[in-house]
Design a protein around this ligand. Structure first.
Ligand code: FMN
Length: 266
């Protein structure tokens, strides 16, 4: 079954990190719609196997298992968590697949927040039943956003300047290596804007994309495990918004020029 949640640039613009939640559960309908979206998740573009599940935080707490986030998140009724097995770029695969689930949650009006660092690894590993050969790179709370942010939430937004993004022209380039304007990007400006608005670890926005006749060459300004997750997230945003505009292309992830990590081939 193909991923059926419609994702356009408006939905991408609605998503933001939510760290303060209302103390209320998800409705049965929200849970079942999320589960349906999880059953339709695509495979990762680099070939790693990703599985994702919803964890009921209250039910686990009753069993004495606390899904801790060092106080960064409060009152979230559910968590999205999973595991990826080794592939060529397992973290990018995880970012790509989990961002589909995050956008499905956004579509339902639910809040989410990628957590790569501030979560208790052992509790989540146990809750997802991590097997050997698998690892758990990141999780996200799911729930209804609280009307007011807590102080820790405001501080984290301020520190990561989470509302700001680099200018379009400083992330995207033309075939000559010169800055790409939105006008020159033409119909591809929206998929590129979707990358620009993507979440990234510490709001680092490491994506650098070169538009050539062949397609869009995705690279990273700095590398590391979180940046690989950021790469996968950006690939999901680009592809889903291209699809919403009926713009064609497909991922090529092998036999690439040295600095290209993935190519959206036209
Ligand atoms: C891979 C990854 C890891 C992240 N880890 C954390 C984290 O451990 N704690 C946290 O509070 N936010 C974390 N974030 C959220 C980012 O800080 C946030 O996405 C960024 O500041 C942009 O803000 P926005 O999501 O509201 O657009 C992470 C984001 C990504 C993509």
């Amino acid at each position: 079954m193909a991923f059926s949640v419609p994702v356009d640039l408006d939905l991408i613009a609605q998503r933001h990190s939510v760290r303060s939640y209302k103390n209320e559960s998800l409705t049965r309908d929200e849970v079942s719609q999320m589960e349906e979206a999880l059953s339709e998740l695509p495979k990762g573009p680099f070939g790693g196997e990703v599985r994702l599940t919803m964890l009921d935080a209250k039910a686990l707490q009753l069993k004495g298992e606390r899904l801790g986030t060092y106080g960064v998140i409060n009152e979230a009724p559910y968590y999205l968590a999973g595991a990826v097995s080794w592939g060529t770029k397992p973290l990018a695969d995880y970012g790509y697949v989990m961002e589909h689930a995050i956008l499905a949650a956004t579509k339902l009006g639910l809040g989410s927040c990628w957590l790569g660092g501030t979560f208790s690894k052992s509790a989540f590993k146990q809750a997802v039943g991590l097997k050997s050969g698998e690892f758990l790179p990141a999780v996200s709370p799911l729930g209804h956003e609280a009307p007011k942010k807590r102080l820790v939430d405001k501080l984290l937004c301020f520190v990561s300047r989470s509302k700001t993004r680099h200018p379009f022209e400083s992330m995207f380039y033309n075939a000559m290596g010169d800055p790409l304007t939105e006008q020159a990007a033409g119909e591809w400006a929206k998929p590129l804007q979707a990358v620009r608005l993507a979440p990234s670890a510490s709001n680092g926005q490491p994506w650098r994309i070169k538009m050539t006749e062949e397609g869009f060459h995705f690279a990273l300004a700095h590398t590391g495990s979180f940046q690989d997750i950021d790469l996968g997230i950006a690939m999901a945003h680009f592809e889903l918004v291209a699809q919403s505009l009926q713009l064609n292309g497909h991922w090529q992830t092998t036999d690439l020029p040295e600095t290209t990590l993935a190519l959206w081939k036209l």
